[in-house]
Structure formats: structure tokens, C-alpha cells
Design a protein around this ligand. Structure first.
Ligand code: MN
Length: 284
């Protein structure tokens, strides 16, 4: 199934170029009282939600072209990033710094993971609002895994059983010397969408073509098979440090071809078996 959040926090099941509104199924989440437990309540109750959604009738259909698509995950407790996690992007980072010897630049083995502020999260219809237009702001297209079950120190072998599904991500970055967690946490610098594809629909997430175009020109094109830390390893590694909760987002890293964006640019990020997410860049 493909699940989207749209307009004023309504929820839809994507069916071709339309959606079926299933907002009433949110009743399965129940009432929340303070303190709210960590994690996204819809993802934590996803099976019950989808069961309730399939029982709704008569259905309301809307063309996807007529709705504002929000981030399909509303309340992740963490947005996790994987630095330099594609071989050729590593080469590109080396060249940028005039380094030609493999030993001289750090890799994901050295850096580990980073976190992005959850307040940086938006959906495709909200777009990216450039905060520092005088600095270089880069696009990074990434496969994003959405955690479905609480994961604490899981093995790579067990990791994929903790994934609810997948979506497309843009890990936007302002270049500079500050820590990644600051440069990548600007409001609107984490875009995900256009919807969540449940894990059962993607047979092999480690063999998906991904591409990003800017104003129609291809900038990034690769396949998730070229990840240095593959998804099971990323989940096992992340959960060895902190508990992963339903709705947590793992941005798996970006391939070669990162480049600058400017206000007015139109980004189209595509991943095989998920779809295409169109995002407009504007001034903040
Ligand atoms: Mn990234």
C-alpha cells in the first residue's frame, strides 16, 4: 500500500493518480495524554490503521494533482543521516578537497551517523526554503527507510523485520564548516514523500534505481546496491547506539552528483517502486 498525508492532515491510500481518503481510520490511534510516548503513533498502529482503512465505505477519491502532499510521517522521534555512504560520492568528496589518496578522507566507518532536527521535516508541497542564499546549498537524493517496530540493538539479520516501509528523501545541506547536525537541520531541509510505500511492496530495497533532476537535467543517478553500509547494517549500527521507534527515519545516504540549488529550481526525485517527488526551491 501507498499511504500519503495531505491538505490539513488528512490521510489517503494512493491508487494510481488518485487517492482514497481514509482519514476516519485515524480513530484507531485513540486519545493521547501527556507525556506522549516517543515515536509516530500512526506508524506504531499501522496494521490496525490499514485494517480500519480497508473497512471504510463509501470511499472518497481525489486526484493527487489536486492535493497538497505533506510528509507521510508526521512525528518521527529521530531523523538519522548516513554521511558519505556511496562509493562514488566518497570519490567526489575527496576531489572537492583536493585529496587523491583513500586514507586521507574519513568515511562512514569513521563518522558513524548524524541526526537532523525533526523540525526540519516537510513534505513535497511545502518545498525547500533557502535560509542562506549566499552560501552553497546542495541537494542529496536518498532512499529513506521508515522504522515500524521498536528496535534496540538488533542484528543486521533481524533489521529488515523492523522496517514499516520506504519513501524518497531530500537531505538538503548548506555547505560550510559547521557540524552536519546544524547545517542539515534548517527548517524545510528534510523533505520526504510523496508517500510511504509499505515494506511488502518492495522485494529488494538494496537494488533500487534512484535519480534526481533539477529543472529537467539529471544531476544524480545511481542504485541503492552501491551503498557502503547497506540498510540492514545501518539499522543494526544505529540501534546499537539508541533505540529506534516507529516512524524514525533513516536517510541512507546520497550517491554522486550532488550540486547547488537556487530559488526557483524544480527538483524531481525518483526511486524505483516508490515514485517521483517534485519539490520547488524558494527563498526563505
Ligand atoms: Mn545525506
Amino acid at each position: 500500500m501507498k499511504l500519503c498525508r495531505y491538505d490539513d492532515n488528512r490521510v489517503g491510500l494512493v491508487d494510481g493518480d488518485a487517492l482514497i481518503d481514509v482519514t476516519p481510520a485515524l480513530d484507531v490511534i485513540g486519545e493521547l495524554r501527556w507525556p506522549v510516548p516517543p515515536g509516530d503513533r500512526l506508524i506504531a498502529r499501522l496494521d490496525a490503521f490499514l485494517a480500519a482503512a480497508s473497512a471504510i465505505g463509501p470511499v472518497v477519491r481525489k486526484p493527487l494533482s489536486e492535493v497538497h502532499l505533506l510528509s507521510p510521517i508526521a512525528n518521527p522521534s529521530k531523523i538519522i543521516g548516513a554521511p558519505v555512504n556511496y562509493t562514488k560520492h566518497l570519490d567526489e568528496a575527496r576531489e572537492d578537497r583536493g585529496i587523491h589518496h583513500g586514507r586521507d578522507i574519513k568515511t562512514i566507518d569513521d563518522y558513524g551517523l548524524f541526526l537532523k532536527a525533526t523540525t526540519s521535516l516537510v513534505g513535497p508541497s511545502e518545498g525547500v526554503a533557502l535560509r542562506f542564499p549566499d552560501r552553497r546549498n546542495d541537494h542529496e537524493v536518498e532512499l529513506v527507510a521508515v522504522i515500524g517496530r521498536t528496535a534496540d540493538r538488533v542484528t543486521a539479520e533481524d533489521a529488515m523485520a523492523h522496517v514499516a516501509g520506504f519513501t524518497i528523501g531530500l537531505d538538503m545541506t548548506v555547505r560550510g564548516t559547521e557540524d552536519r547536525s546544524l547545517r542539515k537541520s534548517i527548517d524545510s531541509y528534510s523533505v520526504i514523500g510523496p508517500w510511504l510505500v509499505t515494506a511488502d511492496e518492495i522485494a529488494d530495497p538494496m537494488n533500487l534505481d534512484l535519480e534526481l533532476t533539477v529543472n529537467g537535467d539529471t544531476r544524480q543517478r545511481s542504485n541503492t546496491r552501491y551503498l557502503i553500509f547497506d540498510l540492514p547494517r545501518l539499522i543494526a549500527y544505529a540501534s546499537s547506539f539508541y533505540t529506534l521507534y516507529p516512524g524514525d527515519l533513516i536517510m541512507t545516504g546520497t550517491p554522486e552528483g550532488v550540486g547547488p540549488v537556487a530559488a526557483g529550481d524544480r527538483l524531481a526525485a525518483s526511486i524505483e517502486s516508490i515514485g517521483t517527488m517534485t519539490v520547488i526551491v524558494r527563498a526563505a
